[in-house]
Design a protein around this ligand. Sequence first.
Ligand code: FAD
Length: 468
Amino acid sequence: MSNPVAIVWLRRDLRLSDHPALTAAAQDGALMPLFILDEQMEALGAAPRWRLEQSLKSLAADLEARGLKLILRRGDPRAILTALAQDIGAVSVHWSRLYDGGSVARDTEVKSALKEAGVSAVSHAGHVLHEPWTVETKTGGFYKVYTPYWKAVRGADVPEPIGIPDLRAPDTWPESDALEAWQLSADMDRGGAIVATHETAGEDTARGVLGGFIGSKVEDYGTARDKLFVAGTSTLSAHFAWGELSIRTAWHAAKRKFDETGSADVETFMKELVWRDFAWHLIYHTPQIETENWRPEWDGFPWRGDNEDAERWRRGLTGEPIVDAGMREMYVTGRMHNRVRMIVACYLTKHLQTDWRVGLKWFEECLVDHDPASNAMGWQWSAGSGPDATPYFRVFNPETQAEKFDPKGIYRRKWLDSENSAEAASYFKAVPRSWGLSAAEGRPPRMIDLKDGRQRALDAYQEFKAQG
Ligand code: FAD
């Protein structure tokens, strides 16, 4: 009799260790790891698709080193999973739960289709520290404000991470697509090669980055995290976004450090990990956060739709140095410093009065750490339309922000001075030729006077408020 086989359906959890779904499947039988390029994955922007390819390559290599394969299929997960489970006589299908509206709807359908087909379908925790429905206010609702959320979870139990289980390969493997045939990096064109120099995927890399950060940097995190000219943050976000590292592995590494040192900086880092959880808490309870103003009264705000100013913002041509530096950093590296994300988002939604969804879409296209929950929360926070948001009348002055967080202009020169900085020069190699940009043209003048932009935003807000 042949070995029983269990499928683990992988999505944003591309790792082997601390993986409850993979572990449960491995306990049920020989392991069949499966990744499906479904509608949701197809809809990803150019940079996340490229980053997904890197992550899949790395996971396939890790599996191969253990005598297993990563089976790749493209299409509707319901049809693919039921057919595959029946073809190979799988005893069960396991996956890690995701909490955005699209994933919940898809997974509910998949579960009932598998059940109907007589296949055991089991979903598991694994993507967050605390599942969204496990953290409740005293009155039984969900949290809309971060600080009480943090107070509710700071001492809560988080299970210790689990290791890689014993993995057995099935006797035979079904057909698989070839990863290259999916052409996930096609839209990155020349840019992919440049982003690759800033970004390394995979579980081993992620664990190394975590170890290095906890070992030598986290104790300065509180002050270094806002300095644009030092590498003061963990740079773990893309690893979390693709699940190459489990969030509880990071939480426990930080917690051990905190227990040892009592350092407030370490606690600040732990709070940031919880911001990620909070974003998933919000998207689960209010899935419309991805597409609608979280505060419906904001539907009456006179946002500008996409426009020429927004196009200059996307291309790093606003003439506002810190804004352009950030937009270029993102184009070249697939990342942007958190402080700069807030500055460019505020500039777009306030000085340029442009709808936050225009910015959200561009981040979706360009960020290797793109995460639907954190991106939506970050944009609505910046725009003022979200939960626990910065009020619209608080308009960041990009110049003052730059002086405070990049006092010597090191960050701005790195991304703007193409004569003296390789990073700044690489922007012109990364952008599409159709943009017609050349380093020789020099810096554009300021597109908008900061005072005028601020006043225009405040006037629009006053009018909006007056209309009730
Ligand atoms: P660190 O400072 O080392 O923080 C550690 C981890 O905590 C991060 O990796 C991340 O998982 C989490 N974290 C930190 N800050 C936040 C935050 N504000 N919100 C949620 N989680 C946080 N983050 C994404 O991962 N994907 C996104 O698509 C994304 N879009 C954003 C859009 C806007 C407009 C803004 C203002 C923020 C956005 N963020 C997003 C949050 C934040 O900017 C990044 O998580 C952070 O810059 C990643 O760098 P790091 O890993 O070095 O973070």
